[in-house]
Design a protein around this ligand. Structure first.
Ligand SMILES: [Ca+2]
Length: 256
């Protein structure tokens, strides 16, 4: 970025140039060169270069003009040259990384998972393989809310095991973002647009990562795995015979 300054005396030019550069450096990450052309005070102040700015009247000198030029030049640079801004500084006190290890959640230990979408079982994930095990059948809905901690990502959800007493080959799961599930099964059946992702799973999916495909479900909000830190609600459903399932939730932790 280059600006040419015209219309000030020597001392005022130096003062103005310094202010422009200082303010510009605060506003923009790119360098700026300001070159005075004349020491003669004129009725207007002109700047040439990429921005070709003209600012009147000169009575707005000292603070107003340098600030205007710097901000205008910054805006011009941002619009025309797609300036990459520095990422916002992260407050270390506000960003505490999760340090928990993987933890399993099962109906064997916790009892039947919640049937209430507004109050699912809570499951904070840790680094490693977190296993979710339960059984479901017609009339038994399972709702679980899991949390991916700061500095963690949920990379995959792999079907570890699935079996059905009467040979029902598939069950169903869906995801929403947040701490509760807000869509009823009937609403989801009619309109999937409020679901973050969903997928059937069953005997044919042992060893398969169902997270990635759930994010590509037609009509859903959709996502690309891995999932970042945040709260997610899981709805597991089987409209057929009693089926048991185990998922492996694989969580990675970014090195600190
Ligand atoms: Ca259950």
């Amino acid at each position: 970025m280059s600006l040419k300054l015209d219309g000030f005396g020597r001392v005022f030019n130096r003062f103005t140039n310094h202010l422009i550069k200082t303010i510009y450096r605060i506003c923009c990450p790119t360098s700026l060169t300001v070159r005075p052309l004349s020491r003669k005070l004129r009725e207007s102040t002109k700047f040439s270069g990429e921005t070709n700015l003209t600012i009147k009247p000169v009575a707005l000198k000292f603070l107003v003009i340098p600030m205007t030029v710097a901000v205008a030049a910054c805006s011009s640079d941002s619009d025309n040259n797609a300036v990459d801004l520095e990422p916002p500084a992260v407050d270390p006190d506000a960003m505490v990384c999760n340090d928990a290890d993987a933890v399993n959640l099962s109906e064997t230990d916790a009892g039947d998972f919640s049937d209430d979408p507004a109050s699912p079982n809570s499951w904070p994930l840790g680094a490693g393989i977190n296993q979710l095990s339960a059984s479901t059948e017609s009339g038994d809905l399972d709702y679980v809310q899991f949390t991916v901690g700061n500095c963690d990502t949920l990379d995959t959800i792999t079907v570890n095991a699935y079996s059905s007493d009467a040979g029902d080959p598939v069950a169903f799961f869906a995801l929403q973002q947040g701490t509760s599930f807000t869509v009823t099964p009937a609403e989801a059946a009619a309109d999937t647009s409020s679901l973050f992702g969903f997928r059937h799973f069953g005997t044919a999916d042992i060893g398969v990562d169902v997270l990635a495909e759930a994010g590509q479900a037609p009509g859903a909000v959709g996502f690309t795995s891995p999932l970042p830190a945040g709260d997610y609600a899981l709805w597991l459903n089987q409209t057929g015979s009693l089926s048991t399932y185990t998922f492996d939730f694989a969580v990675s932790r970014v090195a600190q």
